[in-house]
Design a protein around this ligand. Structure first.
Ligand SMILES: Cc1ncc(COP(=O)(O)O)c(C=O)c1O
Length: 364
């Protein structure tokens, strides 16, 4: 099968690029003695989790229990649920997952940890916990210092939980320019000071889990970090390019779309809109566009309806007619993948593998 046989819109993954991305990050982690626990929210596909583990990842990360259930199929020896798990039935399901692989949960309150402990006791499993600290994103996580101390002490006292260390997510750092590097320095100081304090107060964490795709190759600058959890790096997207963390040549995933109308002068309509791409704008340097047309980089993908993508061609060199096909690199690949039933792994024009996106829609 070749890409010409595929119906569109189709989510393509260039295997050469993906494999290079995976190998580069595995090599970086090895070189700096960092444990790699890739976040699978980007690909949501057990087979790709399996590849990450085969390349040396110590485990995998997910956000939701439903994703954890799906990711068991990857055979991972270790799963981090990097999200507070709340609610009795989710905790019961997590207990089942913990019977099948080693599970750790990131928590930022004892309100979340106490029911987790109770349900682990009931299920007769032990569940690891990481105390989540906020280092600037102001999303989840307690402040380093007295709040983090109290959380750790509380976690250590709860039965059936295994306190493993601390976690943070530097998601407020988007662009690795001068300002981004400065913010990373601040994060490094905050984490370094917090760790000095934890060591001197007999709360030394075994695991210090951090990392994101924009800050990926700077992770070793944050003293004390033992593990990184990048997700987007496997495919990359327009956001990753705009942060400076990769180039267009590192973008492995694209939506293959067909031109279905060129009735309006200077414009083409693609057979994919917000139900194909999702509507996220760029997280930094927003230019009002929803993707990069590989065959016409100067074209402006300026508007979407659910099933229509509007592309202005006035600045583009090429001309396109009905039936032509183009590839579009989306702004945010993680949310785009979640919209698709399958991904097509390609080498050149040949379709080498088809993956079912088993974790798509697993929001619970
Ligand atoms: C807690 C957590 N860890 C890791 C990641 C991975 O970050 P990135 O996609 O920048 O690699 C995310 C992304 O949302 C996250 O929320």
């Amino acid at each position: 099968m070749t890409i010409h046989d595929l119906e569109t819109p189709a989510l393509l993954v260039d295997l050469d690029i993906m494999e290079r991305n995976l190998a580069r990050v595995a090599g970086y982690a090895r070189e700096h003695g960092l444990r790699l626990r890739p976040h699978t929210k980007t690909h949501k596909t057990p087979e790709l989790g399996r590849r990450q583990v085969a390349l040396g990842a110590a485990g995998l990360a997910v956000a939701k229990v439903g994703e954890a259930e799906v990711m068991l199929e990857s055979g991972t020896p270790d799963l981090l649920v990097a999200y507070p798990v709340c609610g009795a039935s989710k905790l019961r399901r997590l207990g089942e997952v913990a019977r099948r692989t080693r599970v750790t949960v990131a928590v930022d309150s004892l309100e979340v940890a106490r029911p987790l402990s109770a349900s682990a006791q009931e299920a007769r499993v032990e569940i690891g916990v990481l105390a989540e600290a906020d280092v600037g994103l102001a999303r989840v996580g307690v402040r380093p210092g007295a709040e983090l101390d109290a959380l750790i002490d509380g976690l250590r006292a709860l039965p059936a939980l295994r306190w493993e260390g601390v976690t943070f997510y530097p998601g407020h750092i988007k662009k690795m320019d001068g300002q981004g590097l400065e913010t990373l320095e601040q994060v490094a100081r905050l984490v370094g000071d917090a760790l000095d304090h934890l060591h001197s107060t007999r709360r030394a964490p075994a695991i210090v889990s951090g990392g994101s795709t924009p800050t990926l190759f700077h992770s070793h600058r944050v003293r004390g970090v033992t593990e990184i959890r990048p997700g987007t790096y496997i495919f990359n997207d327009r956001n990753t390019v705009s942060t400076g963390a990769c180039t267009w040549d590192d973008c492995a995933a694209a939506l293959l779309c067909t031109v279905v109308s060129s009735a309006v002068a200077g414009q083409m309509i693609l057979d994919g809109g917000s139900k194909t791409f999702f509507s996220d704008r760029l997280s930094c340097d927003d230019d009002g566009c929803y993707g990069r047309v590989v065959e016409a980089p100067e074209a402006r993908f300026f508007k979407m309806n659910e099933e229509h993508g509007y592309v202005a061609l006035s600045e583009a060199a090429g001309r396109f007619g009905v039936g032509d096909r183009v590839r579009v690199i989306p702004n945010h690949i993680c949310v785009a993948v979640n919209l698709h039933e399958r991904m097509y792994g390609i080498r050149g024009e040949s379709v080498e593998v088809v993956w079912e996106v088993k974790g798509r829609g697993k929001l619970q």
